[in-house]
Every structure is written in structure tokens, then in C-alpha cells.
Design a protein around this ligand. Structure first.
Ligand SMILES: Cc1ncc(COP(=O)(O)O)c(C=O)c1O
Length: 340
């Protein structure tokens, strides 16, 4: 039994518990989880709200299920979309909302859900396993939350993802959709695809779940050290009561530095053995979404895309290595005339 056997069931049980949910439905990737979630909610037309700053998966998932993303600018402090911005972007044609916990920083799920007054909310928790809001797991938000287990996330199964929900009917629909549309063996009730997880992935995921608390502790320690050292630069700020897992640690340069300065800084860091990279994407600028979205303007997402970089942060990074990163950052910003 190499696919969707006892280990997958065990991984789902432990994951649901960790996320404070009744059900977890494991699948092949975080992107697959988003497509399954929108499918299970019956979204196949109309508009779906989606923050503008992100890896493209949520907006691509919306287009692929037959709807149009209404992109929403992000907040300058949290780099997440706010309840006010989401509510303002809603139209009569809006069918659902995707709320992203950007870089592992939980968005205001409850306020957004309340502001959208009955609209189904999918939390893209691809990055936020282990993050909390008032002590509760971030993936406990929304009708369905979607997780990713890509190697850059808190825990990995190689590729992998999951939907978590408290709604038994939705969980059943998700299970049907991931398994060729089968309601039972050979009972094909809808034209579903194949988004199953393998036993090999689940075995890896179970071992990784055992390490999640240690991984979180290390990430939080490193995140706090970066925050202290980089005061003055643009940093993602947690709201009251929110604890990020620092899945990605981003920093933005001041407005006086443009994208060229950011790129030069990334090159200088890499030349010194520091694996920095550009931070994220303003989705309205992607060729894949040209003519396919509504919304705007997006000044904050553009600022973060143009001036943001990600610094190395992983549980294997020791304090000494992090100090080397910070020294290289300090040297390179001075050499390029970039001041906080
Ligand atoms: C916000 C967000 N959503 C979805 C995904 C997609 O996850 P996966 O790579 O597992 O398909 C990512 C991946 O980076 C992400 O950052």
C-alpha cells in the first residue's frame, strides 16, 4: 500500500489535531489543496478575493477553477490583506475569499470572516503551520485552511499539502475530489483528478511533525534576532496576540532604494556566501494573470515586491552563521549607500 494508506490516515489525524480541526485531507501539494478547497466550495465562476502579494498559487487556483481573482493590496505593517480592504473589494459577483498568512504571519481571519459576512473564506496557510493567533493554531481559521509541505515550509513531505476543516460534508467532498471523483471504490460521482498523497510522503510528514516544536523554537529565536538587528529597515510586524513562525524572513529597503539597489544587494550577499533572494510577487504584474484579474491600485504590494528580500532562516542556522549574514548585510548596504 504505497498510496493513501495507514500512514496517510495517521498523518491526517495528527495534522488535524495540530491545526485544531476535525478533519485533515492530505494531498499532493499546497497548490492542489487550494484547487481542492475552491472545488469543494463549488467555486466555478464569478470573482474570488485574493491578496496581491504572494507566490502565484492562490490566484492561479482561482483562475483554474473558472473564477476571476479580485486582487487586494496588502497592509504596510503586516504584509497581509486587512478586513477593511477585503470588504471594500467585494462585489455582488464575489463567491469566496482566499486569505493568505503571508510568510507565516497569520492574517486577521476572524475579522475578515466577520467583515465578509457569510462569504466562504479559504485560509492559505501554506506557510503558517505552527503560527498562532491568541494561542490558537493559525490553520484553524476559515471554512477550509490549506497547507503546504514543500521543502521551504515548516515541515516537509518533499511535495505535499493538506486541507483542514471542521465541516464533515466539505471534508467528504475534498476526499472525493482528490481521488478521481470517487464516492467509494468505483463509484465515480464527479470528474475529479488525482491529488492523493503517498505513504512515503506521509511517513516523512509524521517524522517531521515530531520535530515541529523544535523547528518552531529555533525559527522564533532566529526571527527575533533578525528583528532586533534590522530595526530601521522595513519588517513584517505581528499584530497584537499573533505569533509568526517566520517561515520566510523578509526585509524591505527604504523608498529611496529601487529594485536595482535591491538586486545589487542580493548579488553582493550571494557573492559573500549568503543565500538571500527576492521576497515575493505583486500578482497584478504577472504575465499569467494579464487581463484575468480585477482590483487595484497596489502601492504596498509593489513596494514590497520591488524592495523586499528574503534572508536565510532555517532551523539548521546557528547564531554564528546568522551573525555572519548580518555582518554581510551591514557591509553590503553601506557599500551600496542604502540606509535604513
Ligand atoms: C502563499 C502560498 N500559497 C501556496 C503555495 C503553494 O504551495 P506548493 O508549493 O506546496 O504547491 C505557496 C508556496 O510557496 C505559498 O507561498
Amino acid at each position: 500500500m504505497l498510496v493513501q494508506g495507514a500512514r496517510v490516515a495517521d498523518f491526517e489525524r495528527r495534522l488535524a489535531e495540530r491545526c485544531g480541526r476535525e478533519h485533515a485531507v492530505a494531498c499532493g501539494s499546497g497548490t492542489a489543496a487550494l484547487e481542492l478547497a475552491l472545488g469543494a466550495l463549488g467555486v466555478n465562476a464569478g470573482e474570488v478575493l485574493c491578496p496581491d502579494l504572494s507566490w502565484p498559487s492562490p490566484a492561479h487556483a482561482i483562475v483554474r477553477c473558472g473564477a476571476r481573482p479580485t486582487l487586494v493590496d496588502i497592509d504596510a505593517l503586516s504584509w497581509n490583506a486587512t478586513a477593511e480592504a477585503m470588504a471594500a473589494a467585494r462585489t455582488d459577483d464575489t463567491r469566496a475569499a482566499v486569505v493568505i498568512d503571508q510568510f507565516g504571519m497569520p492574517a486577521e481571519h476572524d475579522r475578515i470572516t466577520a467583515a465578509l459576512d457569510g462569504l466562504p473564506v479559504v485560509v492559505d496557510a501554506a506557510c503558517s503551520l505552527g503560527a498562532t493567533i491568541a494561542g490558537a493554531p493559525a490553520p484553524a481559521g476559515g471554512r477550509i485552511a490549506c497547507l503546504s509541505f514543500h521543502p521551504r515550509k515548516l515541515i516537509t513531505t518533499g511535495e505535499g499539502g493538506a486541507c483542514v476543516t471542521n465541516d464533515s460534508d466539505l471534508a467528504e467532498e475534498l476526499r472525493i475530489l482528490r481521488n478521481h471523483g470517487q464516492g467509494g471504490p468505483g463509484a465515480f460521482v464527479t470528474p475529479g483528478g488525482n491529488q492523493r498523497m503517498t505513504e512515503i510522503q506521509a511517513a516523512l510528514g509524521l517524522a517531521q511533525l515530531d520535530r515541529l516544536d523544535a523547528i518552531l523554537e529555533r525559527r522564533r529565536h532566529l526571527g527575533e534576532r533578525y528583528r532586533q538587528a534590522l530595526r530601521g529597515f522595513g519588517l513584517q510586524e505581528p499584530r497584537e496576540g499573533v505569533a509568526s513562525n517566520w517561515q520566510t524572513f523578509g526585509v524591505t529597503l527604504p523608498k529611496t532604494a529601487g529594485p536595482e539597489a535591491r538586486d545589487a544587494l542580493v548579488r553582493a550577499l550571494r557573492a559573500n556566501g549568503v543565500e538571500a533572494g527576492r521576497l515575493s510577487y505583486a500578482l497584478h504584474r504577472l504575465g499569467s494573470l494579464a487581463g484575468r484579474f480585477s482590483g487595484g491600485p497596489f502601492p504596498v504590494a509593489e513596494h514590497v515586491e520591488d524592495r523586499g528580500l528574503a534572508l536565510p532562516l532555517h532551523p539548521g542556522l546557528d547564531d554564528e552563521d546568522q551573525d555572519r549574514v548580518l555582518r554581510a548585510f551591514d557591509r553590503a548596504t553601506r557599500a551600496l549607500g542604502i540606509e535604513p
